[in-house]
Design a protein around this ligand. Sequence first.
Ligand code: PEP
Ligand code: MG
Length: 593
Amino acid sequence: MSIQVFGQPVSRGVAIGRAVLIASSRVDVAHYYIDAQRVESEIERLRQARNVVATELTALKRELPADAPAELPALLDVHLMLLRDDVLSSATKQWIVTRHYNAEWALSAQLEVMARQFDEMDDEYLRERKADLEQVVERMLRALSKAGPLLPMASHGDDHAGEDPLVLVANDIAPADMLQFKGSLFTGFVTDVGGKTSHSAIVARSMDIPAVVGAREASRLIRQDDWVVIDGDAGVVVVDPSPIVLEEYRFRRRQSELERARLDRLRHTPSVTLDGAAVDLLANIELPGDAASALASGAVGVGLFRSEFLFLNRGGELPGEDEQFEAYRAVVETMRGLPVTIRTVDVGADKPLDRLSIHELRHEHSLNPALGLRAIRWSLAEPTMFRQQLRAILRASAFGKVRVLLPMVAQLAEVRLAREALARARQQLTDAATAFNEVELGAMIEVPAAAMIVPSLLKELDFISIGTNDLIQYTLAIDRADEAVAHLYDPWHPAVLQLIAGTIDAANRAGKPVSVCGEMAGDTVFSELLLAMGLRSFSMHPSQIASVKQRILRADTARLAARLAATLGSDEPMATWLRAAGGPGAHAAAKGE
Ligand code: PEP
Ligand code: MG
């Protein structure tokens, strides 16, 4: 029977596919399709892995010391029994034969199926055997990875005749793990936890595939291989849809593909409002490889390069100066002279460094990471690393136009210290006769304290960029990654709007550039409001640029500005703004498009 699960819509569009359930601890398992000719050899790989594990377990049992606890041999027997279990091996083989999954994927798919069966058992002893099964599968996965080279992951654009599209279902996926799914087979995904602006959701959006997060029970209600519809516009997941529902969603998917194709034609149209105001639309990127899609989307530069993603998934070792330089240079060169804004590392909170990293170990685990040593605070506490990053950025500036952006500034002193660090980095490069160009220094306004001292900050800065994701989090005291308070995460809150409007106004008065690079910039519901506030630079995921441009092309800034005062003075700004809307964007905004 068909069921529906509700969550937060994260990335637009409709995805229809078979569910692949992935446990958080197993996101690094390779998922790829094998050719029909490889089915037999893949089954052979599986068989060999099973033999390796059987030998391992038998040896372990044989070599147990005489004084080992009595349960241990019995436990190893259970593991051996599970390993030889017919259901595990024949069902795993079935995934390979019928779906052409690679062995690792087939094994973890079957584990998810059996784990659920264990969960549903009445007998506590049997229920607890799930942990044993997981350990056995873990051993097999290890044996498989040692046994042979893996095939590269295929991209979801590849043609795998006969194979169904896939959607990923997980309880949670850390932002660092999320990166592994860029360019993967999945055409959509759903997670139980997370808010609309959690970093996992942001990476999902950058992948431009339909996604729903914070769907609470999804990974429990959806079974491996179920057909699932992910409605990334409404935040709905339909499990096992009826033929009629499926047809309706297929129709909607076609409509949204047509709409995208239509918007695509705006790619190279300059973004100018009806009354002639030019608006810069820039791209947010996470990895150097994203720069190509930024350029292709018609972005006039990179407004936010979240450099910390270079620092995640590193197994304890962080990228050195040269490696960083190469990454920054790659982006700068791809952008062919367009400005590239590199944000210095914003680690901490929901983007912790690898626990093995010495830098992470040095700082005791914070009780409240969102308020702890993150972003610029972390960089200032690690001056050597900070200067190393600044040198790498400066070196990349020799190849194009580069700007440095400091995350989560709250104090003037932080800007001054960062300026000093930049001056020292410049001096070091000069001493070493290494080429670099002038770079502008900017700060993110994402803490209310910073929003309230913009004029002072701007005396020390060349530009600012408003990080609305964090600004909302810190203004409303709402953890942006916590689905339990997601309903309270309100960009329309009068306090939030006043801080944003005040920041834009202060920068415009000071004659310094200001942009918005939080998710509000790419959300067309806010395009006219931000224009009304005087914003002329928006930075967003490349895939959002065309639809924001469409709103800009239809906007009249003078008429919009006239509506602003009433909205900012209102107890209910959203209602006031939308009621007063007369322009072409108003109807769509009212529908929440
Ligand atoms: C923000 O906070 O709005 C922002 C752009 O930075 P991040 O989402 O990476 O915290
Ligand atoms: Mg932020």
